[in-house]
Ligand binder design. Structure first.
Ligand code: UDP
Length: 354
């Protein structure tokens, strides 16, 4: 009988990762998948578009749970996931990354006594204030198999006393996606300035504190005096801008709606450099051979910092603008090949079968 994997996704970065693993499961004999979408991201351009563009098949279950405080959202997801696990009786529950959907999948698997596998295990920011950090640490503690994208992730887990036998080095499935979809990259519909730098901003630490958000906006407006800034606007950030009555339409920053993955690849390939607080986009900057300025105080992807590809600048406007100036015309000196060979999904599925 086929091994049955129940995969839990819910947020944009998880659709990107699952697209590669689900396709690999489909190609592999002896294994089948039940795909559950928690509903955490639900706007068409944050969810449906990714299923469409990346060929991810329609979820078998959609829980429709979103826009709730963290604990309530996880509890509600668990209630439904536990029912689905009881009905589907999977051999393995597979979760991705660090969102509330990840934690809900992990808790539900644990309570129902099903093996839990975690893709992107071992990442740490060491910032206990970050919800994502809480989700990852809890998930890693419950997981039976921990798929690690980097040596740093492995070291973090060993440091925490996780049994080495549970740890599987895999590479990063986002590299699989970047390589697989590279030829399909396409320009967004909006007219773009040329040249431009690309910016994404959505972490709660940046958007939910009005003083920090104001400083970041000021820094980006100042950057517009040097080079145009294109920013696909995450729904949470849009909401915060509206709440503070920021004049989105009159801003020098070129705001566009969130784009699909293929459009995002195009933007990453055609920009001068990238400013972001996203985890995934920091790596994608490296895949596109673009310098990255990370609008945070710390990062999980430390190997990019150590090699000078990524620069942590926090939210201080002077620091941000100076770093843009320094990096803008820096030749792209990228001479290594981090994050695996682009076949991470295969490694993961083979291990799931083992
Ligand atoms: N992304 C996208 N369109 C956008 C912004 C981001 O397709 O408008 C993609 C991005 O290329 C990456 C993923 O979404 O693959 C990262 O998701 P996000 O930044 O929301 O989450 P994080 O990686 O920080 O968890």
């Amino acid at each position: 009988m086929d091994k049955k994997i129940l995969s839990v996704v819910g947020a944009r970065p998880q659709f990107v990762k699952a697209a590669m693993v689900s396709a690999e499961i489909d190609r592999t004999d002896g294994v089948g998948e039940v795909l559950v979408h928690t509903g955490q991201h639900f706007d068409a351009n944050m969810s449906h578009l990714f299923f469409e563009e990346m060929g991810l098949r329609a979820p078998d279950h959609n829980l429709g749970i979103h826009s709730l405080p963290h604990e309530e959202m996880v509890d509600r997801m668990c209630g439904k996931l536990e029912d689905i696990i009881a009905k589907e009786r999977p051999d393995v529950v597979l979760v991705y990354g660090d969102t509330d959907s990840t934690l809900a999948g992990a808790l539900s698997a644990h309570r129902k006594g099903v093996r839990l596998c975690h893709v992107e295990a071992g990442l740490r920011s060491f910032n206990p204030q970050m919800r994502e950090e809480y989700n990852r640490v809890q998930t890693d503690r419950l997981a039976d198999v921990l798929f690690c994208p980097t040596q740093t992730a492995i070291d973090n887990l060993l440091q925490e006393g996780i049994d080495a036998a549970k740890i599987v080095p895999t590479g990063d499935v986002m590299k699989d996606a970047a390589l697989h979809f590279a030829a399909l990259a396409r320009a967004p519909q909006e007219a773009l300035p040329d040249p431009f730098v690309l910016c994404t901003l959505h972490r709660a630490e940046n958007t939910d504190d009005p003083d920090i958000l104001k400083q970041l906006l000021y820094a980006l407006e100042q950057t517009c005096g040097i080079v145009s800034v294109v920013m696909p606007l995450h729904p949470r950030t849009r909401l915060r801008l509206q709440e503070m009555e920021y004049p989105i339409e009159q801003s020098p920053i070129c705001f566009i709606d969130p784009v699909g993955y293929l459009e995002m690849l195009y933007l990453q390939n055609h920009c001068k450099l990238i400013l972001t607080d996203s985890g995934g986009v920091q790596k994608e900057a490296y895949f596109a051979k673009k310098y990255c300025i990370t609008l945070r105080e710390e990062t999980e992807w430390v190997e990019l910092l150590h090699r000078g590809y990524n620069h942590l600048v926090g939210h201080d406007p002077v620091n941000i603008v100076t770093t843009v100036q320094n990096l803008l015309d820096m030749p792209p000196l990228f001479n290594d090949d981090l994050y695996g060979d682009g076949h991470t999904a295969r490694t993961i599925v083979q291990r799931l079968l083992a």
